[in-house]
Design a protein around this ligand. Sequence first.
Ligand SMILES: Cc1ncc(COP(=O)(O)O)c(C=O)c1O
Length: 447
Amino acid sequence: MARGKLQARPADPVRGLRQVPGPRGKALLEEWRQYEAQTMTPQAPVVWDRARGMVVTDVDGNRYYDWTSGVLVTNVGHGHPRHVQAIQEAVATLMSSYDFATPARIALARQMVEITPPHLDRAFFLTTGSEAVEAALRVAKRYTGNWEIVSFYGGFHGRTWGAASVAGLAGPKKHFGPPVPGTIQAPFPYCYRCPLKLRPETCGTACLELMDSQVNASSTGRLAATIIEPYQGAAGFIFPPDGYLKALEQWTRERGMIFILDEVQSSFGRTGKMFALEWEDLTPQLLCLGKGIGSGIPTSALMAESAVIATVGPGEMSSTCGGNPVSSAAALAVLEIIRDEGLVENARRIGSILKARLLQVQEKCRHLGDVRGRGLVMGLEIVRDRKSKEPAADLTRRVIQRSAENGLLIGAVGIFGNVIRVAPPLVISENEAHESMDIMESVLVSL
Ligand SMILES: Cc1ncc(COP(=O)(O)O)c(C=O)c1O
Protein backbone atom coordinates (compact mmCIF):
# COMPACT_ATOMS: atom_id res chain seq x y z
CA MET A 1 0.00 0.00 0.00
CA ALA A 2 1.09 3.59 -0.64
CA ARG A 3 2.39 5.17 2.51
CA GLY A 4 3.95 8.46 1.58
CA LYS A 5 6.90 9.47 3.72
CA LEU A 6 7.16 7.40 6.86
CA GLN A 7 9.03 8.43 9.95
CA ALA A 8 11.72 6.01 11.16
CA ARG A 9 9.97 2.96 12.57
CA PRO A 10 10.60 2.07 16.21
CA ALA A 11 10.91 -1.60 17.17
CA ASP A 12 7.47 -3.11 16.60
CA PRO A 13 5.94 -3.12 20.08
CA VAL A 14 2.51 -4.51 19.42
CA ARG A 15 1.93 -6.78 16.44
CA GLY A 16 1.46 -10.53 16.56
CA LEU A 17 -1.25 -12.85 17.73
CA ARG A 18 -2.10 -13.14 21.38
CA GLN A 19 -4.74 -14.93 23.40
CA VAL A 20 -7.54 -12.57 24.51
CA PRO A 21 -8.14 -12.70 27.36
CA GLY A 22 -4.84 -14.10 28.60
CA PRO A 23 -4.84 -16.36 31.69
CA ARG A 24 -4.50 -13.55 34.25
CA GLY A 25 -7.06 -11.41 32.41
CA LYS A 26 -9.51 -14.31 32.26
CA ALA A 27 -9.31 -14.93 36.00
CA LEU A 28 -9.71 -11.23 36.80
CA LEU A 29 -12.70 -10.86 34.46
CA GLU A 30 -14.41 -13.77 36.21
CA GLU A 31 -13.82 -12.11 39.58
CA TRP A 32 -15.02 -8.75 38.23
CA ARG A 33 -18.29 -10.20 37.00
CA GLN A 34 -18.93 -11.63 40.45
CA TYR A 35 -18.63 -8.30 42.19
CA GLU A 36 -19.40 -5.38 39.87
CA ALA A 37 -22.79 -4.91 38.21
CA GLN A 38 -22.30 -5.29 34.47
CA THR A 39 -24.37 -2.35 33.25
CA MET A 40 -21.56 -0.84 31.20
CA THR A 41 -20.96 -1.01 27.45
CA PRO A 42 -19.49 -4.44 26.59
CA GLN A 43 -15.84 -4.23 25.51
CA ALA A 44 -13.15 -6.61 24.24
CA PRO A 45 -12.20 -8.92 27.17
CA VAL A 46 -8.98 -7.12 28.03
CA VAL A 47 -7.97 -6.13 31.57
CA TRP A 48 -5.93 -2.94 31.26
CA ASP A 49 -2.87 -2.66 33.45
CA ARG A 50 -1.05 0.46 32.22
CA ALA A 51 -0.74 2.68 29.17
CA ARG A 52 1.55 5.25 27.56
CA GLY A 53 0.70 7.40 24.56
CA MET A 54 -1.53 5.20 22.43
CA VAL A 55 -0.25 1.83 23.65
CA VAL A 56 -2.11 -0.09 26.36
CA THR A 57 -0.58 -3.05 28.21
CA ASP A 58 -2.87 -5.66 29.71
CA VAL A 59 -2.37 -7.68 32.89
CA ASP A 60 -0.81 -10.52 30.87
CA GLY A 61 1.80 -8.16 29.41
CA ASN A 62 0.20 -7.95 25.94
CA ARG A 63 0.41 -4.58 24.22
CA TYR A 64 -2.30 -3.03 22.08
CA TYR A 65 -2.79 0.10 20.03
CA ASP A 66 -5.69 2.05 21.47
CA TRP A 67 -8.31 3.33 19.03
CA THR A 68 -10.75 4.07 21.86
CA SER A 69 -8.95 6.79 23.88
CA GLY A 70 -11.06 5.31 26.68
CA VAL A 71 -14.28 6.49 24.96
CA LEU A 72 -12.76 9.69 23.53
CA VAL A 73 -11.28 10.84 26.82
CA THR A 74 -7.48 10.65 26.72
CA ASN A 75 -6.94 13.24 23.98
CA VAL A 76 -3.35 13.97 25.09
CA GLY A 77 -2.54 10.27 25.21
CA HIS A 78 -2.20 7.93 28.14
CA GLY A 79 0.20 9.01 30.88
CA HIS A 80 1.51 12.10 29.11
CA PRO A 81 4.47 13.14 31.33
CA ARG A 82 3.40 16.81 31.57
CA HIS A 83 -0.18 15.84 32.37
CA VAL A 84 0.99 13.36 35.01
CA GLN A 85 3.37 15.87 36.56
CA ALA A 86 0.71 18.59 36.77
CA ILE A 87 -1.72 16.18 38.44
CA GLN A 88 0.88 14.84 40.87
CA GLU A 89 1.89 18.35 41.92
CA ALA A 90 -1.74 19.37 42.37
CA VAL A 91 -2.54 16.27 44.43
CA ALA A 92 0.43 16.93 46.69
CA THR A 93 -0.53 20.59 47.17
CA LEU A 94 -4.31 20.85 47.51
CA MET A 95 -6.89 18.26 46.54
CA SER A 96 -10.20 19.87 47.26
CA SER A 97 -11.57 23.38 47.69
CA TYR A 98 -15.33 23.03 46.96
CA ASP A 99 -16.61 26.48 45.94
CA PHE A 100 -13.54 28.41 47.05
CA ALA A 101 -11.36 30.06 44.44
CA THR A 102 -7.89 28.73 43.66
CA PRO A 103 -5.31 30.13 41.23
CA ALA A 104 -5.65 27.04 39.00
CA ARG A 105 -9.43 27.36 38.82
CA ILE A 106 -9.21 31.05 37.97
CA ALA A 107 -6.53 30.42 35.31
CA LEU A 108 -8.63 27.67 33.77
CA ALA A 109 -11.75 29.83 33.64
CA ARG A 110 -9.77 32.61 31.97
CA GLN A 111 -8.18 30.29 29.42
CA MET A 112 -11.49 28.63 28.60
CA VAL A 113 -13.05 32.03 27.94
CA GLU A 114 -10.06 32.92 25.78
CA ILE A 115 -10.16 29.81 23.57
CA THR A 116 -13.93 29.61 23.01
CA PRO A 117 -15.85 32.06 20.76
CA PRO A 118 -15.83 35.62 22.18
CA HIS A 119 -19.51 35.69 23.17
CA LEU A 120 -18.94 32.73 25.55
CA ASP A 121 -17.52 34.81 28.37
CA ARG A 122 -18.27 32.69 31.43
CA ALA A 123 -17.11 29.20 32.44
CA PHE A 124 -18.82 26.94 34.96
CA PHE A 125 -17.05 23.76 36.11
CA LEU A 126 -18.49 20.37 36.96
CA THR A 127 -17.35 16.75 36.97
CA THR A 128 -19.14 14.79 34.23
CA GLY A 129 -20.57 15.47 30.80
CA SER A 130 -24.07 14.58 31.99
CA GLU A 131 -23.80 17.23 34.66
CA ALA A 132 -22.74 19.85 32.11
CA VAL A 133 -25.81 18.97 30.05
CA GLU A 134 -28.06 19.17 33.13
CA ALA A 135 -26.64 22.60 33.90
CA ALA A 136 -27.22 23.76 30.30
CA LEU A 137 -30.85 22.62 30.36
CA ARG A 138 -31.37 24.30 33.72
CA VAL A 139 -29.87 27.60 32.56
CA ALA A 140 -31.84 27.58 29.28
CA LYS A 141 -35.09 27.03 31.15
CA ARG A 142 -34.36 29.75 33.67
CA TYR A 143 -33.29 32.27 31.03
CA THR A 144 -36.24 31.75 28.70
CA GLY A 145 -38.86 31.01 31.35
CA ASN A 146 -39.90 28.09 29.13
CA TRP A 147 -39.35 24.37 29.46
CA GLU A 148 -39.65 22.62 26.12
CA ILE A 149 -36.41 21.16 24.75
CA VAL A 150 -35.98 20.06 21.16
CA SER A 151 -33.57 17.16 20.74
CA PHE A 152 -32.87 14.48 18.15
CA TYR A 153 -33.40 10.82 17.35
CA GLY A 154 -30.09 9.10 18.07
CA GLY A 155 -28.87 11.87 20.39
CA PHE A 156 -26.91 10.98 23.51
CA HIS A 157 -26.29 13.49 26.27
CA GLY A 158 -25.63 11.39 29.38
CA ARG A 159 -27.40 9.22 31.92
CA THR A 160 -28.74 11.61 34.53
CA TRP A 161 -32.46 12.08 34.08
CA GLY A 162 -32.60 15.48 32.38
CA ALA A 163 -29.87 14.40 29.96
CA ALA A 164 -31.41 10.96 29.41
CA SER A 165 -34.82 12.52 28.76
CA VAL A 166 -33.47 14.37 25.73
CA ALA A 167 -31.70 11.25 24.41
CA GLY A 168 -32.97 9.76 21.17
CA LEU A 169 -31.72 6.26 21.97
CA ALA A 170 -33.41 3.47 23.89
CA GLY A 171 -30.42 2.76 26.17
CA PRO A 172 -30.57 5.77 28.48
CA LYS A 173 -34.35 5.81 28.96
CA LYS A 174 -36.16 2.60 28.07
CA HIS A 175 -38.20 1.16 30.96
CA PHE A 176 -37.19 3.97 33.31
CA GLY A 177 -40.54 5.73 33.36
CA PRO A 178 -41.68 9.01 31.81
CA PRO A 179 -39.07 11.50 30.55
CA VAL A 180 -38.96 15.05 31.88
CA PRO A 181 -42.06 16.89 30.53
CA GLY A 182 -41.41 19.15 27.57
CA THR A 183 -39.18 16.78 25.59
CA ILE A 184 -39.74 17.13 21.83
CA GLN A 185 -37.77 14.95 19.46
CA ALA A 186 -37.08 15.24 15.76
CA PRO A 187 -35.24 13.12 13.17
CA PHE A 188 -31.50 13.65 12.76
CA PRO A 189 -29.89 13.61 9.28
CA TYR A 190 -28.49 10.07 9.28
CA CYS A 191 -27.57 10.31 5.60
CA TYR A 192 -26.34 6.70 5.20
CA ARG A 193 -29.82 5.56 6.29
CA CYS A 194 -31.80 8.67 5.37
CA PRO A 195 -35.26 8.52 6.99
CA LEU A 196 -36.58 10.38 3.92
CA LYS A 197 -34.66 8.21 1.42
CA LEU A 198 -32.98 11.31 -0.06
CA ARG A 199 -29.36 12.03 -1.01
CA PRO A 200 -27.30 14.61 0.93
CA GLU A 201 -26.15 16.30 -2.30
CA THR A 202 -29.71 17.11 -3.33
CA CYS A 203 -31.94 16.94 -0.24
CA GLY A 204 -31.69 20.66 0.56
CA THR A 205 -33.40 21.46 3.85
CA ALA A 206 -35.80 18.50 3.88
CA CYS A 207 -34.60 17.34 7.33
CA LEU A 208 -35.05 20.78 8.84
CA GLU A 209 -38.53 21.10 7.37
CA LEU A 210 -39.47 17.75 8.89
CA MET A 211 -38.10 18.86 12.25
CA ASP A 212 -40.00 22.13 12.02
CA SER A 213 -43.31 20.41 11.38
CA GLN A 214 -42.62 17.89 14.16
CA VAL A 215 -41.93 20.71 16.63
CA ASN A 216 -44.97 22.70 15.51
CA ALA A 217 -47.14 19.64 16.01
CA SER A 218 -45.74 18.88 19.48
CA SER A 219 -45.01 22.22 21.14
CA THR A 220 -47.39 23.93 23.56
CA GLY A 221 -45.67 27.21 22.71
CA ARG A 222 -43.09 27.14 25.53
CA LEU A 223 -39.92 26.33 23.59
CA ALA A 224 -36.75 26.89 25.62
CA ALA A 225 -33.84 25.32 23.75
CA THR A 226 -32.47 23.01 21.11
CA ILE A 227 -29.75 20.58 22.17
CA ILE A 228 -27.60 18.75 19.66
CA GLU A 229 -24.19 17.08 19.28
CA PRO A 230 -22.02 18.31 16.35
CA TYR A 231 -21.94 14.65 15.31
CA GLN A 232 -23.87 11.91 17.04
CA GLY A 233 -21.37 9.80 18.99
CA ALA A 234 -23.31 7.01 20.65
CA ALA A 235 -25.68 6.63 17.69
CA GLY A 236 -22.71 5.67 15.50
CA PHE A 237 -20.57 8.68 14.64
CA ILE A 238 -23.21 10.19 12.42
CA PHE A 239 -22.11 13.49 10.91
CA PRO A 240 -24.85 15.83 9.59
CA PRO A 241 -24.34 17.31 6.12
CA ASP A 242 -22.40 20.58 5.89
CA GLY A 243 -24.58 23.56 6.68
CA TYR A 244 -27.17 21.62 8.69
CA LEU A 245 -25.97 22.77 12.12
CA LYS A 246 -25.73 26.41 11.07
CA ALA A 247 -29.27 26.28 9.66
CA LEU A 248 -30.49 24.64 12.86
CA GLU A 249 -28.81 27.32 14.95
CA GLN A 250 -30.58 29.96 12.90
CA TRP A 251 -33.93 28.16 13.25
CA THR A 252 -33.39 28.05 17.02
CA ARG A 253 -32.45 31.69 17.39
CA GLU A 254 -35.32 32.89 15.20
CA ARG A 255 -37.66 31.41 17.78
CA GLY A 256 -35.95 33.11 20.73
CA MET A 257 -34.67 29.76 21.94
CA ILE A 258 -31.25 28.88 23.33
CA PHE A 259 -28.93 26.85 21.10
CA ILE A 260 -27.10 24.29 23.24
CA LEU A 261 -24.20 22.51 21.58
CA ASP A 262 -23.11 19.33 23.35
CA GLU A 263 -19.39 19.06 22.63
CA VAL A 264 -18.69 16.73 25.54
CA GLN A 265 -16.93 14.34 23.15
CA SER A 266 -16.20 16.40 20.03
CA SER A 267 -14.03 19.08 21.68
CA PHE A 268 -10.35 19.57 22.53
CA GLY A 269 -9.06 18.81 19.07
CA ARG A 270 -10.94 15.61 18.39
CA THR A 271 -12.41 16.60 15.01
CA GLY A 272 -9.30 18.45 13.81
CA LYS A 273 -10.46 21.77 15.26
CA MET A 274 -10.16 22.73 18.92
CA PHE A 275 -13.98 22.77 19.05
CA ALA A 276 -16.19 21.20 16.40
CA LEU A 277 -18.25 24.40 16.31
CA GLU A 278 -15.37 26.01 14.39
CA TRP A 279 -16.18 23.94 11.26
CA GLU A 280 -19.33 26.00 10.71
CA ASP A 281 -18.71 29.08 12.86
CA LEU A 282 -21.49 28.07 15.23
CA THR A 283 -22.32 30.45 18.05
CA PRO A 284 -24.21 28.44 20.69
CA GLN A 285 -25.22 30.41 23.77
CA LEU A 286 -24.40 27.33 25.85
CA LEU A 287 -21.56 24.90 25.13
CA CYS A 288 -21.19 21.62 27.06
CA LEU A 289 -17.65 20.22 27.42
CA GLY A 290 -16.24 17.11 29.08
CA LYS A 291 -14.11 14.04 28.41
CA GLY A 292 -10.96 15.45 26.69
CA ILE A 293 -10.86 18.54 28.90
CA GLY A 294 -9.39 16.48 31.75
CA SER A 295 -8.01 13.71 29.53
CA GLY A 296 -8.79 11.13 32.22
CA ILE A 297 -9.32 13.29 35.30
CA PRO A 298 -13.11 13.69 35.68
CA THR A 299 -13.81 17.27 34.63
CA SER A 300 -16.46 19.05 32.64
CA ALA A 301 -17.50 22.60 31.88
CA LEU A 302 -20.40 24.66 30.68
CA MET A 303 -19.38 27.70 28.66
CA ALA A 304 -22.03 30.41 28.52
CA GLU A 305 -22.94 33.92 27.55
CA SER A 306 -22.84 35.93 30.77
CA ALA A 307 -26.33 37.38 30.25
CA VAL A 308 -27.74 33.87 29.93
CA ILE A 309 -26.01 32.20 32.88
CA ALA A 310 -26.46 35.28 35.10
CA THR A 311 -30.11 34.31 35.47
CA VAL A 312 -28.96 31.55 37.82
CA GLY A 313 -27.91 33.21 41.05
CA PRO A 314 -25.44 32.42 43.86
CA GLY A 315 -26.18 29.16 45.63
CA GLU A 316 -28.43 27.92 42.84
CA MET A 317 -25.94 25.78 40.93
CA SER A 318 -22.69 24.13 41.99
CA SER A 319 -20.97 20.76 42.03
CA THR A 320 -18.90 19.31 44.88
CA CYS A 321 -15.78 18.59 42.84
CA GLY A 322 -16.37 21.09 40.01
CA GLY A 323 -13.26 23.20 39.38
CA ASN A 324 -11.33 21.40 42.10
CA PRO A 325 -7.56 22.01 42.17
CA VAL A 326 -6.63 18.63 40.68
CA SER A 327 -9.05 18.74 37.76
CA SER A 328 -8.21 22.38 37.10
CA ALA A 329 -4.47 21.56 37.00
CA ALA A 330 -5.15 18.58 34.73
CA ALA A 331 -7.23 20.68 32.32
CA LEU A 332 -4.63 23.46 32.26
CA ALA A 333 -1.96 20.89 31.39
CA VAL A 334 -4.21 19.50 28.63
CA LEU A 335 -4.57 22.94 27.08
CA GLU A 336 -0.81 23.49 27.22
CA ILE A 337 -0.02 20.10 25.68
CA ILE A 338 -2.58 20.49 22.89
CA ARG A 339 -1.11 23.89 22.05
CA ASP A 340 2.60 23.05 22.39
CA GLU A 341 2.43 19.75 20.54
CA GLY A 342 0.12 20.91 17.77
CA LEU A 343 -2.38 18.15 18.55
CA VAL A 344 -5.28 19.79 16.72
CA GLU A 345 -3.27 19.85 13.50
CA ASN A 346 -2.03 16.32 14.20
CA ALA A 347 -5.63 15.12 14.54
CA ARG A 348 -6.45 16.63 11.18
CA ARG A 349 -3.32 15.28 9.45
CA ILE A 350 -3.38 11.75 10.85
CA GLY A 351 -7.15 11.64 10.50
CA SER A 352 -6.90 12.19 6.77
CA ILE A 353 -4.20 9.49 6.45
CA LEU A 354 -6.41 7.01 8.29
CA LYS A 355 -9.51 7.99 6.36
CA ALA A 356 -7.77 7.61 2.99
CA ARG A 357 -6.63 4.12 3.94
CA LEU A 358 -10.04 3.16 5.30
CA LEU A 359 -11.67 4.23 2.05
CA GLN A 360 -9.18 2.01 0.18
CA VAL A 361 -10.03 -0.90 2.46
CA GLN A 362 -13.72 -0.33 1.76
CA GLU A 363 -13.04 -1.37 -1.85
CA LYS A 364 -11.79 -4.74 -0.58
CA CYS A 365 -14.33 -5.42 2.17
CA ARG A 366 -17.99 -5.80 1.26
CA HIS A 367 -18.93 -5.54 4.94
CA LEU A 368 -17.58 -2.03 5.33
CA GLY A 369 -20.74 -0.12 4.47
CA ASP A 370 -19.74 3.41 5.41
CA VAL A 371 -16.58 5.24 6.45
CA ARG A 372 -17.41 8.64 7.92
CA GLY A 373 -15.99 11.31 10.16
CA ARG A 374 -13.21 13.82 10.34
CA GLY A 375 -10.07 14.38 12.38
CA LEU A 376 -9.56 11.54 14.82
CA VAL A 377 -13.18 10.53 15.16
CA MET A 378 -14.58 8.23 12.55
CA GLY A 379 -17.20 5.52 12.36
CA LEU A 380 -17.00 2.33 10.33
CA GLU A 381 -20.46 0.95 9.71
CA ILE A 382 -20.37 -2.85 9.40
CA VAL A 383 -23.13 -4.38 7.28
CA ARG A 384 -24.05 -7.77 5.87
CA ASP A 385 -23.26 -6.36 2.42
CA ARG A 386 -23.07 -2.88 0.94
CA LYS A 387 -26.18 -3.26 -1.19
CA SER A 388 -28.61 -4.35 1.53
CA LYS A 389 -26.94 -2.18 4.22
CA GLU A 390 -28.29 -4.66 6.76
CA PRO A 391 -26.55 -3.87 10.07
CA ALA A 392 -24.25 -6.71 11.16
CA ALA A 393 -23.68 -6.50 14.91
CA ASP A 394 -22.37 -10.10 14.97
CA LEU A 395 -19.63 -9.26 12.44
CA THR A 396 -18.85 -6.12 14.40
CA ARG A 397 -18.25 -8.18 17.53
CA ARG A 398 -15.98 -10.45 15.48
CA VAL A 399 -13.97 -7.44 14.30
CA ILE A 400 -13.57 -6.28 17.91
CA GLN A 401 -12.35 -9.68 19.10
CA ARG A 402 -10.00 -10.30 16.15
CA SER A 403 -8.59 -6.79 16.36
CA ALA A 404 -7.79 -7.35 20.04
CA GLU A 405 -6.15 -10.71 19.24
CA ASN A 406 -3.97 -8.88 16.71
CA GLY A 407 -3.12 -5.93 18.97
CA LEU A 408 -5.74 -3.24 18.35
CA LEU A 409 -8.37 -2.11 20.84
CA ILE A 410 -11.59 -0.78 19.37
CA GLY A 411 -15.16 -0.39 20.57
CA ALA A 412 -18.53 -0.41 18.90
CA VAL A 413 -21.45 1.97 19.12
CA GLY A 414 -24.48 2.73 17.00
CA ILE A 415 -28.24 2.44 17.01
CA PHE A 416 -27.73 -1.12 15.70
CA GLY A 417 -24.46 -1.81 17.57
CA ASN A 418 -22.61 -2.09 14.25
CA VAL A 419 -20.35 0.96 14.12
CA ILE A 420 -16.67 0.66 14.97
CA ARG A 421 -15.12 3.64 16.64
CA VAL A 422 -11.90 5.05 15.24
CA ALA A 423 -10.77 7.43 17.96
CA PRO A 424 -7.11 7.12 18.93
CA PRO A 425 -5.44 9.64 21.24
CA LEU A 426 -4.45 12.81 19.38
CA VAL A 427 -0.74 12.14 20.02
CA ILE A 428 -0.78 9.26 17.52
CA SER A 429 2.25 9.32 15.19
CA GLU A 430 2.23 8.51 11.50
CA ASN A 431 3.96 5.19 12.22
CA GLU A 432 1.41 4.27 14.83
CA ALA A 433 -1.38 5.24 12.47
CA HIS A 434 -0.06 2.90 9.78
CA GLU A 435 0.80 0.07 12.17
CA SER A 436 -2.64 0.14 13.77
CA MET A 437 -4.33 0.59 10.40
CA ASP A 438 -2.47 -2.49 9.07
CA ILE A 439 -4.13 -4.51 11.81
CA MET A 440 -7.57 -3.11 11.06
CA GLU A 441 -7.09 -3.71 7.36
CA SER A 442 -6.08 -7.35 7.81
CA VAL A 443 -9.06 -7.98 10.10
CA LEU A 444 -11.57 -6.33 7.76
CA VAL A 445 -10.38 -7.96 4.55
CA SER A 446 -10.43 -11.41 6.13
CA LEU A 447 -13.93 -11.06 7.63
C1 LIG B 1 -22.15 13.94 23.58
C2 LIG B 1 -22.13 13.46 24.99
N1 LIG B 1 -22.74 14.19 25.95
C3 LIG B 1 -22.75 13.81 27.23
C4 LIG B 1 -22.12 12.64 27.63
C5 LIG B 1 -22.14 12.22 29.07
O1 LIG B 1 -20.88 12.34 29.64
P1 LIG B 1 -20.56 11.60 31.02
O2 LIG B 1 -20.53 10.13 30.74
O3 LIG B 1 -19.20 12.15 31.40
O4 LIG B 1 -21.62 11.98 31.98
C6 LIG B 1 -21.46 11.86 26.68
C7 LIG B 1 -20.78 10.61 27.07
O5 LIG B 1 -20.46 9.75 26.29
C8 LIG B 1 -21.47 12.27 25.32
O6 LIG B 1 -20.87 11.56 24.36
